[in-house]
Design a protein around this ligand. Structure first.
Ligand code: ZN
Ligand code: ZN
Ligand code: FE
Length: 746
C-alpha cells in the first residue's frame, strides 16, 4: 500500500473549471492520482513527493469563478502507485451541486474576440469555464449542455476538441461555442432581418439616434446613445418613463470621465458579477435626462462579448434600460420582444440563444460602511449565503417574501439561497414569474421544504401562495424579517440585538402600519422598543404615490396647518383632512419612508404623483449628498415615540427663511440619524447588548446609512452587504425567523 492524500474540496467548485485547474497543477508538480465531481463537491486522490506544495496551492488558489468553502485533508492508501493523474467520471446524483451565477466575459475571451487571428474573432457568444452564461441558460440539473438552452447548438469538431481537452480553458465548458456551431445575432427592422454585420449596423443606427432593443444575457434592453439628448428624450417619452434614472453601459475609461471611481468601485465593476454600480457624478457632460436631479449615475461594464463588440464599435456610452412595458417584467423571448418592444424600438439586435429565466441587472453601491446590494439578480444568483452556526440543522424551508420587490428564499443544508429579483407581484406577469421561480428553484436545488414563511399581510400574493402550499405557515412581521435578514447575513448569533428598521410600509401585529422602528430581540421574537410617532396614511396606497398627502398630515400634527394650506393650495387638502379625521382609509403609520416623502413635499418635489417608488426620497438624498449640515433638526422622544414635531418647526422656519434645499435635506438626514441612533443606544443599553443592525428600504440611502453608522460609533453596527436592505431581502429574514421559531418548538 502506498500512502497518499484524500482531499475533499467543498463550495462552488463545479462547472467553474476546478478539475482542469487541479489536473494542470498535478501535472506541474508531478502528482499522480485522480480528481472527480461528486455530490459533496470535488474529490481528489493524490500521490507524490510534492503533496504538501499541492495541497498548499489548493488552499490558496482557485479558478476565478470558484468559491472554495473548505479543503479537507486525510490519508488515502493506494493499492498500487497511480501512474498518471486523470479526471475521473463524476459519481452520484448532483443534489448538492451548486449552480453558478452568470459571469462577465473574462480577459482571455475578450482578447480572443478582438484578435483577427483567433477563430473566435468578432464572435458575440464566446465563453469559457471562467466566464459566460450559466443560470440564465439552465433548464434543469445536472448542469450539462443538454439541460441548457445551448442544447439547440450541437458542438462542431473544433469546439468538441476544446471541450474534451483538460489542458484547454474550455474543458467541460457547457456553453462552449463558435461562429460555426453556436448562436448568432442579427439586426432586425420592422420584422425583417438585415443582411451583413449586425453589430456594425447596430452601432451605426445608434449613432444616428436610433433606439434599439438588444437581447442580452438575462433579458432585453432598450439602448440609445447616452450622449444624444434627443435620443434619450425620445426613449423616455416612448417608455412613459419621465424621471426614473436610466442605467448606462460603457468601458472603464469612459466611466472614469463621468464619475468618481474608488479602487473598491473599480474592482466591483470588473467583478464577474458585473453589476450596475451607482457612482458619484463628476461631470455634467451627459444629458440631464439620463438621471434627472441625481448626483449619481448607474454604470455597468459590457458583460457579454456581444456588449463588448457593440460598445467597441460604437465608441461611446449607451443607455441600457430594461426592455419592458411599464409595470411588467423585462422581456426575454424574441417574439414577445417584437410584439411588445416594437413600439419603443427603431430596430432590434436579436440572437437565437433562448433565455431560460429572466435575470435583471443587479444594482449595487459602495458606501463608507461597505458595499450594498440594491437589486440582487444577474451575476449574484444562485450564489448561496452561509447561515449562522445555530441554523446548521435547520429544516428545509421556503420563504415567499413581500409584495413590492418579490424574491423567494430557500434554506437547505445550512445554506440560504435568496432568489433573483422578480418585481412587483401586483403585475400578473411578475406573479407568473414568481410561480415559475418557486417551481424552478425547487427542482434545481432538489428542495423539499417542510416549512413556509411569509409576511403578516393577508393580501400579499406571496402570503396567499404560502397558505396554498399545504405546508405549515409561519407569519413573520415585516420589520422583524428585515432585522433578521441583516442579523443573519452578518452571521450574528447572540442573546439579543437591536434593530433600527427604517422602511416604507409593513403591517404591524397591532394592525397599524409600521415602518420607523427600533426593535429589540433575536431571530425568534422582537419587541418594539421605540417607533416614529404615527401619522395617518391618508388614502392608503395613494399616500405612497402622492407625497403631499403625508406632508399635510405631518404639518397638521405639528401645528403647521396654515403652512400646509399655503403650500398645497391647489390640492384637496380639506377633503383629505376630513377623511383622516373620520379614520376613513387613513391607517396610522410610523413609516420612515413616508416621513421622507413629507419632507420632500414641503420642498415642492413631485407636487402631483411620484413617477416611481422612492423618487422624492432619492432627490432628497441627492440634495443632502456632500452638504455639511452644520446643525440638525431635533426630534423629541415621548415615551416610546420618536416625534418629528420639533423637526417640522425648524423645517418650516428654514423654508420660510429661504434656506437652501441642500441644507434643509442635510439637516433632516442628520436629525433623523441622531434621533434613531440615540434611541437605539438607549434600547441597546436596556437590553445589555452592543449589537445594532440597520435594515429597511431607507438604508439604501447612502447619506443616511453613513450618518447612522457614525452616530453609533462604539457599537457593533451590522449593515447589509449581499442581501438587499429593501424588501428584496425580506424572504431571507422571514426564513430565519420561521426556522428559529420552528426549532424552538422542537
Ligand atoms: Zn472566458
Ligand atoms: Zn464550434
Ligand atoms: Fe420593507
Amino acid at each position: 500500500m502506498k500512502k497518499g492524500s484524500h482531499i475533499r474540496v467543498r463550495g462552488q467548485v463545479q462547472g467553474v473549471g476546478y478539475r482542469p485547474f487541479v489536473w494542470a497543477l498535478a501535472h506541474k508538480l508531478g502528482i499522480t492520482g485522480s480528481v472527480l465531481n461528486d455530490p459533496e463537491g470535488v474529490l481528489i486522490l493524490a500521490y507524490g513527493s510534492a503533496l504538501d506544495a499541492f495541497t498548499a496551492v489548493l488552499s490558496e488558489q482557485a479558478p476565478p469563478l470558484a468559491r472554495v468553502d473548505a479543503v479537507e485533508l486525510s490519508d488515502h492508501l493506494f493499492a498500487e502507485t497511480p501512474s498518471d493523474f486523470v479526471i475521473a467520471p463524476s459519481t452520484g446524483e448532483g443534489a448538492k451541486t451548486r449552480i453558478t451565477p452568470d459571469a462577465a466575459t473574462c480577459d482571455q475571451c475578450f482578447a480572443e474576440i478582438l484578435d483577427p487571428n483567433d477563430r473566435r474573432f468578432g464572435y458575440a457568444f464566446a465563453n469559457c469555464t471562467h466566464c459566460g452564461p450559466r443560470f440564465s441558460i439552465i433548464n434543469g440539473v445536472p448542469y450539462d449542455r443538454e439541460k441548457t438552452t445551448m442544447a439547440d447548438f450541437p458542438m462542431c469538431a473544433e469546439c468538441a476538441e476544446e471541450y474534451a481537452d483538460p489542458a484547454d480553458r474550455r474543458f467541460h465548458a457547457q456553453p462552449v461555442a463558435c461562429a460555426n456551431c453556436g448562436p448568432r445575432c442579427w439586426r432586425e427592422v420592422n420584422g425583417v432581418e438585415e443582411q451583413g454585420d449586425a453589430i456594425a449596423a447596430t452601432a451605426e443606427g445608434l449613432r444616428r439616434g436610433e433606439i434599439v432593443a438588444i437581447k442580452g444575457l438575462g433579458g432585453f434592453h432598450l439602448a440609445c446613445d447616452a450622449r444624444n439628448p434627443d435620443a434619450v428624450a425620445r426613449l423616455r417619452e416612448r417608455k412613459h418613463r419621465p424621471a426614473k434614472p436610466l442605467a448606462l453601459m460603457g468601458p472603464l475609461d469612459t466611466i472614469r470621465r463621468h464619475c468618481r471611481l474608488s479602487p473598491d468601485e473599480e474592482a466591483r465593476l470588473q467583478d464577474p458579477a458585473a453589476p450596475i454600480l451607482l457612482l458619484e457624478k463628476i461631470s455634467d457632460d451627459l444629458p440631464e435626462a439620463v438621471a434627472p436631479g441625481q448626483t449619481v449615475l448607474g454604470w455597468m461594464l459590457p458583460y457579454t462579448p456581444l456588449h463588448h463588440l457593440l460598445i467597441d464599435t460604437f465608441g461611446g456610452p449607451l443607455v441600457m434600460t430594461s426592455g419592458n412595458l411599464s409595470g411588467e417584467p423585462q422581456v426575454i423571448g424574441n417574439e414577445e420582444a417584437s410584439e411588445k418592444l416594437g413600439r419603443f424600438a427603431d430596430a432590434f439586435l436579436m440572437h437565437d440563444r433562448q433565455i431560460a429565466r429572466r435575470l435583471d441587472d443587479s444594482v449595487e453601491r459602495i458606501t463608507a460602511a461597505g458595499p450594498m446590494v440594491l437589486r440582487r439578480a444577474r451575476g449574484q444568483v444562485p450564489e448561496t449565503l452561509p447561515l449562522p452556526q445555530t441554523f446548521a440543522d435547520a429544516p428545509q424551508t421556503i420563504a415567499y417574501g413581500g409584495q413590492m420587490k418579490g424574491a423567494i428564499c430557500l434554506v437547505k443544508d445550512g445554506l440560504a439561497l435568496l432568489g433573483h429579483h422578480l418585481g412587483n407581484l401586483d403585475d400578473a406577469l411578475t406573479y407568473e414569474a414568481f410561480l415559475q421561480a418557486d417551481r424552478d428553484y425547487a427542482e434545481l436545488f432538489a428542495h423539499d421544504p417542510v416549512l413556509a414563511a411569509c409576511d403578516l399581510h393577508p393580501e400579499f400574493a406571496a402570503t396567499r401562495h404560502a397558505e396554498a402550499s399545504g405546508l405549515p405557515v409561519e407569519y413573520v412581521q415585516h420589520h422583524h424579517a428585515h432585522m433578521a435578514s441583516c442579523l443573519g447575513e452578518n452571521l450574528w448569533s447572540g442573546d439579543a440585538a437591536v434593530g433600527i428598521v427604517l422602511d416604507g410600509l409593513g403591517l404591524g401585529p397591532d394592525n397599524t402600519v409600521w415602518g420607523g422602528e427600533i426593535l429589540v430581540g433575536d431571530y425568534g421574537s422582537v419587541e418594539r422598543a421605540y417607533y416614529l410617532r404615527p401619522a395617518p396614511l391618508p388614502g392608503g396606497d395613494q399616500a405612497q404615490s402622492e407625497p403631499w398627502r403625508n406632508a399635510v398630515m405631518r404639518l397638521d400634527q405639528s401645528g403647521h396647518a396654515a403652512f400646509a394650506d399655503s403650500l398645497f393650495a391647489d390640492r384637496p387638502v380639506e377633503t383629505l383632512r376630513r377623511a383622516a379625521a373620520a379614520g376613513f382609509n387613513a391607517p396610522p403609520s410610523s413609516s420612515a419612508g413616508r416621513l421622507f416623502d413629507a419632507v420632500a413635499a414641503c420642498l415642492g418635489y413631485c407636487p402631483g404623483r411620484q413617477s416611481f417608488e422612492g423618487e422624492v426620497a432619492m432627490r432628497l438624498e441627492a440634495q443632502a449628498q456632500g452638504q455639511n449640515a452644520g446643525d440638525s433638526y431635533r426630534f423629541a422622544i415621548e415615551g416610546r415615540q420618536i416625534d418629528p414635531g420639533p423637526m417640522f418647526d425648524e423645517l418650516v422656519f428654514d423654508i420660510e427663511s429661504g434656506v437652501s434645499d441642500a441644507m434643509i435635506a442635510a439637516r433632516f438626514h442628520r436629525g433623523l440619524a441622531q434621533a434613531f441612533a440615540g434611541a437605539a443606544r438607549c434600547a441597546a443599553d436596556e437590553a445589555e447588548t452592543r449589537t445594532i443592525a440597520l435594515s429597511g428600504g431607507c438604508f439604501q440611502n447612502r447619506v443616511l446609512t453613513e450618518m447612522v453608522v457614525e452616530e453609533l460609533s462604539g457599537y457593533d453596527v451590522l449593515v447589509h452587504r449581499k442581501v438587499p436592505a429593501n424588501d428584496g431581502g425580506l424572504a431571507f429574514g422571514q426564513a430565519l425567523v420561521a426556522i428559529a421559531r420552528h426549532m424552538d418548538r422542537q
